[in-house]
Design a protein around this ligand. Structure first.
Ligand code: SME
Length: 173
């Protein structure tokens, strides 16, 4: 049964959530379990981060990103590296924060609810294997607090053996 005690103090709560995320990464050891683990991580982060309407993973296949485990409304299945906030994040290999999606040229609107967005790259040993995308119905929702939390989450995932198990998806075209 899922149970995580939150104090209301962001530093303490971020630490608890990241510890829980590390425990999730210990479960299973193949490609199907990698999907289960990313599903659980998307549920954990969506549960924890306030005022968001979508959180999920896009996983790399060649020069495209394909929708992976997520929480929220149904979303675009495929995003080329040349398009959207996710494509920019994948191309540049760095976190992108968009305070107002309407002002971002090429933003892909999967949901009319989304007003701001943060996308964090997932990189292991210099190789990008996906992105973690979070949308909010509020403009200007994301700042350093979310960047630090999500980049730590991305590091924990990258430091685990999970990216190895995603190669089976990435190598098909
Ligand atoms: N807005 C993203 C597309 C993915 S959805 O937000 C889930 C983008 O511009 O890349």
């Amino acid at each position: 049964m899922f149970s995580l005690y939150l104090t209301g103090n962001k530093e303490t709560d971020d630490k608890s959530v990241l510890e829980y995320l590390s425990l999730l990464l210990e479960e299973g050891n193949d490609s199907l379990y990698a999907v289960s683990t990313l599903s659980n991580i998307s549920a954990l982060l969506k549960w924890y981060i306030p005022s968001i309407n979508w959180l999920g993973f896009y996983l790399r296949r060649g020069r495209k990103l394909v929708l992976g485990p997520f929480q929220g409304e149904p979303a675009c299945t495929e995003i080329p590296f040349s398009r959207g906030v996710c494509g920019k994040c994948a191309t540049e290999g760095k976190t992108i924060i968009v305070q107002d999606v309407e002002l971002f040229p090429g933003h892909i609107a999967c949901s009319s609810l989304s007003k701001s967005e943060i996308v964090v790259p997932l990189i292991k040993e210099g190789h990008l294997y996906g992105v973690l995308d979070v949308d909010s119905p509020e403009k200007g929702r994301f700042g350093e607090g979310e960047r630090v939390l999500l980049e730590r989450a991305a590091s924990l995932i990258s430091d685990s053996n999970l990216p190895e198990h995603l190669k089976v998806f990435a190598e098909r075209e």
